[in-house]
Design a protein around this ligand. Structure first.
Ligand code: AMP
Length: 130
């Protein structure tokens, strides 16, 4: 199912150009247009689901998380690691209502319970290779 008003559906259908990182039959991954980290890629199913709570079939979740591993390899993050973020609904400030996983990496990110998380998570000061 597609939602004709959904920007991520349009990206999945190839109707809007993006910085594509990976694509297969079921999912597409592309770089976030407002990156919070040196690597900030979004992984989405091509089918439309508003978020992870939207009766997403487990098979679809498997496709998305399978692609997470591939994107991490493509981006060279397998060894150092990365953070996955899945904003779900209003309290999580989800802005695009099409299920997506943020893959963030390329620098050290504090743990969410660290006091300085609010700014440090988006202003990484330990970028690898710099
Ligand atoms: P969220 O707040 O979890 O819904 O995140 C939505 C993300 O989508 C934000 O980080 C946006 O920068 C990103 N985004 C929205 N439109 C596009 C687009 N056309 N291409 C790439 N990233 C986008």
């Amino acid at each position: 199912m597609k939602d004709e008003n959904c920007i991520f559906c349009k990206i999945g259908a190839g109707e809007i150009p993006t910085s594509k990182v990976y694509e297969d039959e079921n999912v597409i991954a592309f770089d976030d247009m407002e990156p919070l980290m040196p690597v900030h890629t979004l992984i989405i199913p091509k089918e439309h689901y508003a978020n992870v709570g939207d009766n997403v079939p487990e098979e679809t979740l498997g496709h998305v998380f399978g692609a997470v591993r591939k994107v991490a390899e493509i981006k060279g993050l397998t060894e150092r690691g990365y953070r996955l973020l899945v904003n779900t609904g209003e309290d999580a400030s989800q802005s695009v209502k099409h299920l997506h996983v943020h893959l963030l990496g390329g620098g050290h990110m504090p743990r969410p319970n660290d006091q300085d998380w609010g700014t440090a998570a988006t202003n990484a000061d330990q970028i690898h290779g710099e």
